[in-house]
Design a protein around this ligand. Structure first.
Ligand SMILES: CC(C)(COP(=O)(O)OP(=O)(O)OC[C@H]1O[C@@H](n2cnc3c(N)ncnc32)[C@H](O)[C@@H]1OP(=O)(O)O)[C@@H](O)C(=O)NCCC(=O)NCCS
Length: 202
C-alpha cells in the first residue's frame, strides 16, 4: 500500500489522504463528489441494498439525500471528527464502497471503524483489505490508541472482516444498537490496539 499526504497539524488530526491498494483506491469523500451523478446514483443504490439497509443504514434515498450524505462526510474531515473514504475501482472510478474511521473520544485516542460495500464488490476480500489499510493508517498517522468495530451478532460477514483484520473479540453488548429493521440487536465488540502485533493478510 502506498500513501500520499501532507504533514499533520496535530497528532490526532485525520489528514485527508489517498490509500492506494493497487486495484482499488481509497480516497476521502469530498464536497466535489456531490456534483457527480454517477457517484450519487451509486450512493442511492447502496442505500437501497438490503444488507446495507439492515446492518449499516445510510440516508441516501435519492440524489438530494446522497448529496447531503457526501457533504456530511466532507464536514467530518473538515472538523477532524471522522475520516470517510470512498473505495473506488482504480481502473474506472466506479464506486465500490465506504470505509470510515471516527473518533469516539479523540483526546483518549479511541476511534471506531465502519464499512460497507456495494454487492458487486463483495466476496473478494476487499472489505478486509480496505479495513486493514484504514486501520494501519489511523494508527500510524492519527495516533489512534484503540479502534473498535461493533457489529450485530447476526452479521457474520462483518464478524469475519473484524477477525481477519486482527480486531480481537471482546464480548457481546446486549441490545446495544437499533438496526435498520427498527429492532435492537446484540452486538459483538471487537477492538485493535496500536500496540497489538501486526496482522498478515493472506
Ligand atoms: C460486511 C461486508 C463489508 C463484507 O464485505 P466483503 O468484501 O464481502 O468481505 P470479504 O470478502 O473481505 O470477506 C471477509 C470474510 O467474510 C466472509 N463472508 C463474506 N460474506 C459472508 C456472509 N454473507 N456470511 C458469512 N461470511 C461471509 C468471507 O468468506 C471472508 O471470510 P474468510 O476470510 O474466512 O474467507 C459486506 O458484506 C457488506 O457491505 N455488508 C453490508 C453492510 C455491513 O454489514 N457493514 C458492516 C456493519 S458492522
Amino acid at each position: 500500500m502506498s500513501t500520499s499526504s501532507s504533514a499533520p497539524a496535530d497528532r490526532r488530526a485525520f489528514v485527508p489522504t489517498a490509500l492506494d491498494l493497487g486495484d482499488v483506491v481509497l480516497r476521502p469523500w469530498s464536497r466535489a463528489d456531490a456534483d457527480s451523478e454517477s457517484l450519487l446514483d451509486a450512493l442511492v443504490a447502496a442505500g437501497a441494498d438490503p444488507a446495507i439497509a439492515l446492518w449499516n443504514p445510510i440516508a441516501t434515498a435519492d440524489r438530494d439525500a446522497a448529496r447531503a450524505w457526501v457533504e456530511a462526510r466532507d464536514g467530518g474531515w473538515e472538523r477532524g471528527a471522522a475520516a470517510a473514504f470512498a473505495a473506488l475501482d482504480a481502473a474506472d472510478g466506479t464506486l465500490l464502497g465506504f470505509v470510515g474511521l471516527r473518533w469516539v473520544d479523540r483526546e483518549d485516542g479511541l476511534a471506531m471503524i465502519g464499512y460497507w460495500l456495494l454487492p458487486a464488490a463483495r466476496g473478494r476480500g476487499l472489505a478486509t483489505r480496505a479495513t486493514a489499510a484504514v486501520t494501519s493508517w489511523g494508527f500510524a498517522t492519527a495516533d489512534a490508541r484503540r479502534i473498535e468495530i461493533a457489529h450485530a451478532v447476526g452479521n457474520e460477514a462483518s464478524c469475519r472482516v473484524a477477525d481477519r483484520c486482527g480486531y480481537l473479540p471482546e464480548g457481546t453488548l446486549r441490545d446495544s444498537h437499533r438496526f435498520g429493521d427498527g429492532e435492537y440487536h446484540d452486538e459483538h465488540l471487537h477492538a485493535r490496539l496500536s500496540k497489538d502485533p501486526g496482522v498478515e493478510l493472506s
